[in-house]
Design a protein around this ligand. Structure first.
Ligand SMILES: CC(C)(COP(=O)(O)OP(=O)(O)OC[C@H]1O[C@@H](n2cnc3c(N)ncnc32)[C@H](O)[C@@H]1OP(=O)(O)O)[C@@H](O)C(=O)NCCC(=O)NCCS
Length: 176
């Protein structure tokens, strides 16, 4: 393994297309509550719109040589972005500031997991998120069946807040 970490711009997200689609398939494979909701989720419907609606984006890819083997995508968005026709992700009145930080997508290819890559990407993302002084609330949304990710985020300082969509998603949050 010859791993390197590279911050890429929003114009370069095409590089994440395949891994983003793998993430959706992975989450569907783990889900036991409403897995069919993933059928309409892919790079075009999830990552592209999210990048465009966010105020600030941060994407880090991990490469083994020239091959991209993982990525993390975080953003700062208006809290209203989390209440839409799909779901209300959290009680907007519980967030005092106008904008929130979100660890939006996280995926490492299976053979690269459990070597500390996720921890490194999470730390980079939290450092980036915390530079925005006006942000006090950080969110992560974990789909059902993905207990490894749920526990990973809890070990990293996030706490379970509540479930939405009949348990399809667990909302975790962390304060500054
Ligand atoms: C969740 C995910 C991003 C975590 O990434 P990762 O690279 O496996 O994470 P890490 O290796 O940093 O940490 C996982 C655990 O592996 C173990 N680990 C880490 N480094 C290790 C090492 N060198 N040797 C042995 N075990 C190690 C630790 O138990 C660690 O737990 P910790 O949180 O207490 O440190 C990754 O598993 C993943 O991509 N999963 C599939 C997609 C997914 O679920 N995404 C999240 C959607 S919300």
């Amino acid at each position: 393994m010859n791993l390197s970490y590279e911050v890429i711009s929003a114009e370069e997200i095409e590089n994440c297309r395949d891994l983003c689609n793998e993430l959706m398939a992975f989450q569907k494979s783990r889900a036991y509550i409403r897995p069919e909701l993933f059928d309409s989720m892919n790079f075009e419907t999830r990552m592209v719109p999210s990048i465009h609606s966010a105020l600030h984006n941060y994407i880090v890819v991990v490469k083994d040589g020239r091959q991209i083997v993982g990525y993390v995508y975080s953003n700062i968005s208006p809290k209203e972005a989390y209440s839409n026709e799909f779901a209300t992700f959290f009680d907007l009145s519980s967030v005092l500031r106008p904008n929130v930080g979100c660890l939006s997508q996280f995926y490492i290819k299976e053979e690269y997991r459990k070597y500390g890559v996720g921890t490194k990407l999470l730390n980079m993302s939290m450092t980036w998120l915390k530079q925005f002084d006006e942000i006090e609330d950080y969110f992560v949304f974990v789909s059902n069946g993905n207990n490894e990710a749920l526990e990973f985020y809890q070990r990293k300082g996030f706490s379970v807040s509540h479930d939405i969509l009949d348990g399809f998603i667990t909302v975790l949050r962390r304060n500054k």
